[in-house]
Design a protein around this ligand. Structure first.
Ligand SMILES: N[C@@H](CCC(=O)N[C@@H](CS)C(=O)NCC(=O)O)C(=O)O
Length: 212
């Protein structure tokens, strides 16, 4: 096997990449990096990933980090033209895809991952939740839902009527919202968001990754 993913099964960014690998049905070897033991900061790992974070990909000597960059690489390298990302020759479709991908990174991830840290990961590691911060993050995220509803009332998915990486990128942190009892993605207050989330989160790829 030539494709190796270094990651942690519980880490959201690793799940993002594993979902894309599952979508594309690409076989790979998985090297577990124990974040609790700090293996990501060991000199040998830092030599590979200079920020000491997972995931990290080695594809027969071609190496890459940052989950979303890895996902784009995998889709283009293994997916065939137009699978999960638009044909790069279609400049306008690509721009719309990048817009959607940017929405996830700027309007969703910061609050969603912050909420997961406060409400799930801190308690897991015996740390106290900052309840004020958690409430602020929840309010911020709630404020973004009207924007999502506006987009998704016009198209099936965030970058148009076909699913792309931009939709899948929401899965790891979106699923953790449900674990915290935050209903933003399933609420009838935003029916098109709920329709979209049902379609995205019921993908076989996500079922495999979330149940592993
Ligand atoms: N933007 C990066 C974030 C990577 C990241 O924050 N990884 C976390 C796990 S989800 C990590 O390695 N945390 C351990 C640490 O920073 O020491 C990506 O998308 O890959």
């Amino acid at each position: 096997m030539v494709l190796t993913l270094y990651g942690n099964l519980g880490a959201t960014c690793t799940k993002r990449v594993r979902t894309v690998l599952a979508e594309l049905d690409v076989p790979y070897e998985f090297v577990n990096i124990d974040l609790a033991k700090g293996e990501q900061k060991a000199p040998a790992y830092l030599a590979l990933q200079p920020f000491g974070q997972v995931p990290y990909l080695d594809d027969a000597g071609f190496t890459l980090f940052e989950s979303r960059a890895i996902a784009r690489y995998l889709a283009l390298q293994y997916g065939g033209v137009g699978t999960l990302v638009p044909d790069p020759k279609d400049v306008q479709k690509t721009a719309r895809f990048e817009q959607a991908a940017s929405v996830e990174m700027s309007n969703f991830e910061p609050s969603a991952v912050g909420l997961a840290i406060e409400n799930l990961f801190k308690p897991m590691y015996g740390q106290a939740t900052d309840t004020v911060k958690a409430e602020q993050l929840k309010t911020t995220l709630e404020g973004k839902m009207a924007g999502y509803e506006a987009i998704l009332s016009k198209t099936q998915f965030l970058a148009g009527d076909e699913i792309t990486l931009a939709d899948l990128f929401h899965l790891p942190c979106g699923a953790l919202l449900e674990n915290q009892g935050i209903d933003f993605l399933v609420s009838d207050r935003w029916p098109n968001v709920a329709r979209w989330w049902k379609a995205v989160s019921s993908r076989e790829s996500w079922k495999k990754v979330s149940q592993a």
